[in-house]
Every structure is written in structure tokens, then in C-alpha cells.
Design a protein around this ligand. Structure first.
Ligand SMILES: Cc1cc2nc3c(=O)[nH]c(=O)nc-3n(C[C@H](O)[C@H](O)[C@H](O)COP(=O)(O)O)c2cc1C
Ligand SMILES: Nc1ncnc2c1ncn2[C@@H]1O[C@H](COP(=O)(O)OP(=O)(O)O)[C@@H](O)[C@H]1O
Length: 318
């Protein structure tokens, strides 16, 4: 997959694509249906398949005071989209000037003059342009005038006939239900980040933890999870079982919200490395213990519980 952070001066072979448009936060099953539709049409037309997305997420520009809500920061979103087999990824920088661009100007400048789109695919509820003035009907009109096709993908639902949405995934995670989130996403939800130094206390109780800041990530239910950890190593990602605490660590007077993972049956230096942590099952809420020793006894039990849960899980992929 080739990545472009602009829509002007594209190489000739990046023109004329079939482009799926959207924010695609989480790249859940509904998003995957939109992207798959673009890929199918691209195959039929013999054109490249593409995704156009917006970064930072428009909501963080419109409502900067909202609590963190991201399911997939850009790096993770791009990895998911690449894994689907998309040829081109276009990222529009969603800044003040982009925010003021009208829907017509976006179509004219970015889709037509910039990308020379062959066909555009979007979800039924896709709104774009200043004041959310653009919708699929406007795209269809513009397509007829400029000579590109438009396909609107209707709501995609699960067995319970509920429409897949990023909000549903967020609600499941906040409710401490990572299995439901994984069902909606098609794979376990994960947090990814660089391993940072903590207080170096974990190793003194036999449970060193690789610490990752939560940054812009949505805050799921605080507590202890059975997890899979992934480290990129040349040929691919090596997945290992782990047990993690997500929260503030009230026992040691912690204030920063972070994810701390103890990797089972592992000993190695992870500082500075990129760690992927998939939340598989919620084991218990975070608690304030009377002493560090009491916490240690609980962690021994948490590790055993995680081991039992993960022994039943299929291997992680990707
Ligand atoms: C499985 C597990 C469960 C944990 N549960 C809690 C908890 O319930 N409450 C809490 O305050 N800290 C909890 N912690 C966090 C520990 O306080 C933390 O790992 C310890 O302070 C070491 O921190 P360090 O990485 O900065 O050395 C947990 C850690 C792990 C690995
Ligand atoms: N099984 C393991 N799980 C997680 N980290 C481990 C493990 N074994 C060794 N480490 C290393 O130890 C570090 C964590 O040790 P710890 O004493 O908790 O210090 P810190 O407070 O800096 O996290 C990790 O960042 C990693 O480099």
C-alpha cells in the first residue's frame, strides 16, 4: 500500500482510483464492508483501490475538550487498511483550513483535480465539507457532472440487526466487554505504543510490566485484562500471552493513566520497542490494595486466570 499525505501533484499511477471515503476509526466490520465494496469495483474496472481518510479525527478538531475516544490512531488504522489489501491510502490533514472547505470545494479540489477519482464509495451516513454540507446525494450529483461513479453502502448489521458503528465498539470497551468489541471489529481491540520506563517496582515483585501510555486512545473499563502482546520482529509480529492492568495504579499513588503488561513466560528488554496489546478478556476492576504485598498476591492470581483464559484462545494474527 502506498501512502500519500496530500492530494495535489500525485504521480500519474495514483490517479483514477476507486476511493472509499471516511474516518474509519477502528476499521470495524461496517467500515470493512465499505472498503471491500471499493476493492470489488476497482477489480471490475481494472483501477487501483484506495481509501481516503482524515487526520486528526475531525471530532478532535470540532470538540477538542472531549475525553479521549480514538479506537485506532492513524498508525493502527493504516495497518488495518493495508491488511485488507488496499493499494493507496490518501490522508487529508484535517486542520482549520480544511475545516472551512465547502463540500463542493472538497469534491472539486481533492477528488476531481487532485485524485482524478474514477469512482467513490461511502457509507450511508457519510457527511463532509464545511457545516457537514455534503452527503452521498451531493456526491452523486457531482459524479454525474464530473464523470465519476458513486456507490453508497447501506447500513451493515450483525445477527442482532444492530448496525456496526464505532460508538458501539466504544460502548462495549467502556462496559468492560472486549469480546463484544472484538466481535464488532472482526479482531481483538488493541492498544499500541512505545514501552516506557516506570518506577521499576514491578520487577522487585517478580512481575515486570511493559508500560504504554494511553495518549489519545479511548479509556476502556479500568482493570485487569487477559491480553496478547505483539512485538514486531523482522519476519512478522511475535505474539505472547500476558496479563495487564489498565488504569492509574491507586495502590502506589499513580496518577497517569496507562497500560502495564506483564508478559507470561518472558524475560527480555522491551524499553523503546513498539508493543501491541490486544485486550481479550476483562478479569477484574482495578483496586486500591492495603500494601504492595497484597497487590502482589492478587497479581499471582490474575496471572493464573489470564493463563487459563488464553489457553482457550485461538492464536493472534496480523
Ligand atoms: C496483573 C496486574 C494487576 C494489577 N492490578 C493493580 C490494581 O488492582 N491496583 C493497582 O493499584 N495497581 C495494580 N497493578 C499495577 C502495579 O501497581 C504496578 O504494576 C506496579 O506498581 C509496578 O509498576 P512499575 O511498572 O512502574 O514498576 C497491577 C499490575 C499487574 C501487572
Ligand atoms: N515478562 C516481562 N513482561 C514485561 N516486561 C518485561 C518482562 N521481562 C522483562 N521485562 C522488561 O522489564 C521492564 C519492566 O520492568 P519494571 O520493573 O516493571 O520497570 P518499569 O517500572 O520501568 O516498567 C519492561 O519494560 C521490559 O523491558
Amino acid at each position: 500500500m502506498r501512502l500519500f499525505r496530500h492530494t495535489a501533484d500525485l504521480p500519474e499511477d495514483a490517479h483514477g482510483a476507486v476511493v472509499a471515503l471516511g474516518n474509519f476509526d477502528g476499521v470495524h466490520r461496517g467500515h470493512q464492508a465499505v472498503i471491500a465494496t471499493a476493492q470489488r469495483i476497482a477489480r471490475d474496472l481494472g483501477a487501483p483501490s484506495a481509501v481516503m481518510t482524515f487526520e486528526p479525527h475531525p471530532r478532535s478538531v470540532f470538540r477538542p475538550d472531549d475525553a479521549p475516544f480514538r479506537l485506532s490512531p492513524f498508525r493502527v488504522k493504516a495497518r488495518h487498511i493495508e491488511a485488507l489489501g488496499v493499494d493507496l491510502l490518501f490522508v487529508c490533514h484535517f486542520d482549520e483550513s480544511f475545516l472551512h472547505k465547502t463540500a463542493d470545494a472538497f469534491i472539486q479540489e481533492d477528488l476531481v483535480a487532485g485524485l482524478g477519482v474514477r469512482h467513490v464509495v461511502c457509507g450511508y451516513d457519510f457527511l463532509f465539507g464545511h457545516g457537514r454540507g455534503g452527503d452521498p446525494a451531493l456526491l452523486r450529483q457531482a459524479g454525474a457532472a464530473h464523470g465519476f461513479g458513486v456507490t453508497e453502502v447501506g447500513p451493515v448489521s450483525d445477527d442482532a440487526e444492530s448496525v456496526y458503528s464505532s460508538t458501539r465498539v466504544r460502548d462495549a470497551l467502556v462496559a468492560g466487554n472486549p469480546r463484544e468489541a472484538a466481535r464488532l471489529l472482526g479482531s481483538p481491540w488493541e492498544i499500541e505504543g512505545r514501552v516506557e520506563h516506570g518506577d521499576h517496582k514491578g520487577r522487585t515483585i517478580g512481575f515486570p510490566t511493559a508500560n504504554v501510555e494511553l495518549a489519545d486512545y479511548l479509556r476502556p473499563a479500568f482493570g485487569v485484562y487477559a491480553v496478547r502482546t505483539g512485538v514486531d520482529q523482522g519476519a512478522g509480529t511475535v505474539w505472547r500471552n500476558g496479563v495487564a492492568n489498565l488504569g492509574r495504579r491507586p495502590t502506589v499513588g499513580g496518577t497517569v493513566e496507562r497500560l502495564e503488561t506483564h508478559i507470561l513466560d518472558f524475560d527480555g528488554d522491551l524499553y523503546g520497542q513498539h508493543l501491541r496489546v490486544q485486550l481479550i478478556e476483562f478479569l477484574r476492576p482495578e483496586r486500591k490494595f492495603g500494601s504492595f504485598n497484597e497487590l502482589k498476591d492478587q497479581i499471582v492470581q490474575d496471572a493464573a486466570a489470564a493463563r487459563a483464559v488464553l489457553a482457550q484462545e485461538p492464536p493472534s494474527e496480523g
